[in-house]
Design a binder for this molecule. Structure first.
Ligand code: SAM
Length: 274
């Protein structure tokens, strides 16, 4: 039942990850609620408080999957700036997607103030469907692309977020460097990710819980043990808080810091391009 995360050759890692999210896309949102007992919602809501959405910004959420972070961002904007809602405009038949193929030839400028980028078409499809249901479809540009090589010109965004996505990427240094490249001067990088628990007792229970609960639940709900085995292994191998902060610094970000959530089960890392 070992996914063999460490043994997977580097050039195959992304394909494995894509398989995982293709398999679980339909059940992804439900699984998050069950496996975290709904806590992922608390973390994401808090993350948006840290982001502090601003209607003036060009905003990008990378590895945005089914849109959880972007929807929260837009809803928060609507709460404080109801005029920034474009619900008066007629709905388009289907949300816009920029495909990585067409954009590989030439870099593009974002056409929306809120971009969701993800490598997996199935995750994006679920997100687009949800955006239609939430009346947010005309506010988001969905872009199918690898976070390691974004199809945008330099210095386009005021804020870049990535939530529970960077540990799935093969070269996290390339992801952070790309974030730096596409951010404007003064722009902010914010990452929400599983991290290292800072309490030994909690660490023990958390390990037990991860090993005995998550893969079986993955089997029951998504009929996919291996994908969820992969999930816990990817958390185990991800750099701890201080190492990840160092990596962000090494990509030229300034004022880098982090904040633990739930004793470090998750952490928010932040840095500025100055
Ligand atoms: N951000 C969303 C959330 O918080 O619910 C989704 C997180 S989900 C755990 C991880 C996402 O990362 C998946 O949608 C997956 O397709 C995406 N992903 C994995 N590797 C990627 C890459 N190299 N570039 C862009 N997205 C990637």
């Amino acid at each position: 039942t070992h996914f063999g995360y460490d043994e997977v050759p580097e050039h195959e890692k992304q394909a494995r990850v894509n398989q995982v999210f293709t398999n679980v896309a339909d059940k992804y949102d439900l699984m998050n609620d069950i496996m975290s007992f709904g806590v992922h919602r608390v973390w994401k809501n808090y993350f948006i408080q840290v982001v502090r959405p601003n209607p003036e910004w060009n905003y990008i959420d990378v590895a945005g999957g089914t849109g959880d972070i972007a929807f929260r961002y837009l809803k928060e904007l609507n709460r404080f700036h109801p005029s920034s809602s474009s619900s008066v405009s007629p709905p388009e038949p289907s949300p816009q997607t920029t495909s990585a193929e067409s954009s590989e030839k030439a870099l593009v400028y974002p056409t929306s103030k809120c971009v969701v980028a993800d490598i997996n078409a199935n995750m994006l499809a679920v997100g687009k469907q949800r955006s239609l249901e939430n009346n947010l479809h005309d506010r988001i540009q969905w872009v199918e692309t690898n976070a390691e090589k974004l199809p945008f010109h330099d210095s386009q965004f005021d804020v870049y977020t990535i939530a529970f996505g960077i540990r799935n990427c093969t070269h996290i240094d390339r992801v952070v460097s790309e974030a730096y490249r596409v951010l404007k001067k003064g722009g902010r990088f914010l990452c929400l990710e599983f991290s290292q628990v800072n309490n030994t007792l909690l660490q023990y229970f958390y390990d037990q819980y991860s090993k005995t609960f998550i893969p079986p639940m993955g089997q029951i709900i998504a009929n996919d043990w291996k994908s969820y085995q992969y999930l816990i292994e990817s958390i185990r191998v991800f750099p701890k808080q201080t190492e990840f902060a160092d990596l962000i610094r090494s990509c030229n970000f300034r004022y880098v810091n982090y904040e633990n959530l739930s004793f470090g089960i998750a952490a928010i890392h932040s840095g500025y391009k100055l």
